[in-house]
Design a protein around this ligand. Structure first.
Ligand code: SAM
Length: 287
């Protein structure tokens, strides 16, 4: 698409009714439909390679580290003894990459509905998965995450919902019944975390998830981080658990993170703690 007065072609996101971001397409690397969605991979001078599904930004080479670090290290470091992790979605491999950096994690089950996203991400976005798909600890399941979590007998210490927004195949991953099944699939002390959109523009999604979490968990809240290409302000991550993991003292988080020996670009134990400090306008979205 052309934008008057701006050179080149642009992809404009159709995610919000009254607000959109556009990203210049320097080189279009792939553009086709999978069985579930329209998949594009293109180069942008600022953000590097970008994956979109149905023209909605999924992840970019330049800023994915913020999102993937905050949806993995926060629950894993807070848990303190996570051995079995489940990722619902995550087809680009970035979430699996970050989880697998924890040597203490023994198994990662990744349930992705669209094999096309995995195959194209392996080929066009290898810098995201960085070998995660070849890690012997990874079980990749191509299935609807809602169906998998409803029927699995597995129990997980951390479940990460790394889904698209609640449109198309992702819609079912924002329902009360899905959250109820995910709660059942948690081991004692387990933690459920979710990609919950940009509350300034998708506040009702956060409210819906928090209402469901409040009915399911003793500790239900969200935490925040700002990812430039999830435009519109900070992104919210849903947090649900029955344990006390959120109240782990900073010193203990720091000891665990030190022991994990992981270098990061965004996550630190201090950022972890601060991420749960919610401004009033976000608190008001939580029932
Ligand atoms: N970081 C992105 C975001 O915040 O929107 C998510 C990235 S990841 C590519 C999203 C993945 O969720 C996609 O690969 C998509 O195919 C997958 N997905 C969507 N609905 C799903 C479902 N019902 N079960 C499993 N995976 C699903």
């Amino acid at each position: 698409m052309k934008i008057k007065g701006l050179p080149g072609d642009w992809v404009t996101e159709p995610l919000h009714e009254d607000f959109a971001q556009s990203l210049r397409v320097e080189t279009l690397l792939y553009d086709s439909r999978t069985d579930h969605q329209r998949l594009k991979v293109f180069e942008n001078p600022t953000f590097g390679r970008i994956l979109t599904l149905d023209d909605v930004v999924q992840t970019t080479e330049a800023d994915n580290f913020i999102y993937h670090e905050m949806l993995t290290h926060v629950p894993i470091v807070a848990h303190g003894a996570a051995r079995r992790v489940c990722i619902i979605g995550g087809g680009d491999g970035g979430m699996a990459r970050e989880v697998l950096r924890h040597a203490s994690v023994e198994r990662v089950t990744m349930v992705e509905i669209d094999a096309g996203v995995v195959e194209f991400s392996k080929q066009y976005l290898p810098m995201l998965s960085r070998g995660a798909f070849d890690d012997s600890r990874l079980d990749l399941v191509i299935a609807d995450g809602a169906e998998y979590i409803r029927t699995t007998e597995e129990r997980f210490d951390v479940i990460i919902i790394d889904s698209t927004d609640p449109i198309g195949p992702g819609e079912v991953l924002f329902t009360d019944s899905f959250y109820g099944h995910a709660r059942r699939a948690l081991a004692p002390g387990g933690i459920l975390v979710t990609q919950n959109g940009v509350p300034f523009l998708q506040g009702e999604e956060l409210t819906g998830t928090m209402r469901a979490f409040k009915a399911l968990f003793a500790d239900a809240t969200c935490y925040l981080a700002t990812i430039p290409t999830y435009a519109g302000g900070p992104m919210a991550f849903g947090w649900g658990t029955d344990g006390e993991a959120r109240h782990t003292p900073l010193e203990e988080l720091a000891r665990r993170f030190e022991a994990a020996g992981i270098d990061t670009g965004y996550y630190t134990p201090e950022v972890h703690k601060a991420a749960f400090a919610l401004p009033p306008w976000v608190q008001r979205l939580i029932p």
